[in-house]
Design a protein around this ligand. Structure first.
Ligand code: UDP
Length: 230
């Protein structure tokens, strides 16, 4: 099965460190298990552990588009680190970026991406969609559609699925096992940003929301929450 995993930048961080060894080790273990099951894997990595466009937009004279490009560069940094970590653990990987950077990684080209997947290489998609005003959530849905993934796995930090509120702050927040994209949008639930959910709905992409530690079990019915594309 072709799987796309959305990994937030924060999922790589540990305490004050932008990259936590335990986190990278755990993520690569999860990826190894999925590869061992014969899946082809693309990872869309965020940049939130380093920079998010909206944190700087409007400050210091920096325009929103510029701030977003800085955010995209952060995702490239994460992708490079992730690739080398994976390779150090014998997971063959390639970084493919939406912003040309020939000195450091390949540009995203669909046919080449498919070839990498067929050869068992993990692709780490960097620089989101290469356009401001988007996030890597939307990129994850778009890449999943483009490479023909059967499912998009949203790997979350410190949360194991979809809840009615933020369980870290709201003790009454309840776990939701199954929900539709329409309901996620209507209730404003924190699954992914609205543009991403809208794109998944329109193009009938299935989404599974799991804790990052449970990525390898994401296809089990018991694990996480399912977001159906209706
Ligand atoms: N970004 C963008 N276009 C994209 C993807 C990302 O402009 O297609 C910028 C945006 O500023 C975003 C930042 O890159 O805040 C980092 O991505 P994101 O916030 O999705 O990372 P995450 O929160 O998942 O770590």
């Amino acid at each position: 099965m072709i799987l796309v995993i959305k990994l937030s930048g924060e999922g790589l961080a540990e305490g004050q460190d932008k990259y936590g060894h335990n986190k990278l080790h755990m993520i690569s273990d999860q990826v190894k298990t999925l590869l061992g099951h014969g899946h082809q894997i693309g990872i869309v990595v965020g940049g939130g552990n380093i920079f998010r466009g909206k944190d700087l937009s409007g400050n210091l004279g920096v325009e929103r588009a510029t701030a977003d490009y800085v955010g995209m560069l952060a995702t490239i940094q994460n992708a490079l680190v992730l690739r080398d970590y994976f390779e150090s653990r014998e997971i063959e990987s390639r970084v493919m970026t939406s912003i040309a950077m020939p000195q450091i990684c390949e540009q995203f080209i669909l046919k080449r991406a498919k070839r990498h997947l067929e050869k068992g290489r993990v692709i780490i998609f960097a620089a989101g969609l290469g356009a401001p005003y988007f996030t890597t959530d939307t990129c994850a849905v778009q890449r999943a559609l483009e490479i023909g993934a059967e499912i998009l796995i949203m790997a979350k930090n410190g949360i194991d699925g979809v809840y009615t509120g933020d369980p870290k702050h709201d003790k009454k927040a309840e776990f939701i096992k199954e929900i539709s994209c329409t309901e996620v949008l209507e209730r404003g639930l924190n699954v992914a940003d609205a543009a991403a959910i809208g794109l998944a709905k329109e193009n009938k992409l299935n989404i599974k929301v799991v804790a990052v530690e449970d990525m390898s079990k994401a296809l089990d019915l018991k694990t996480g929450s399912t977001v159906s594309p209706n």
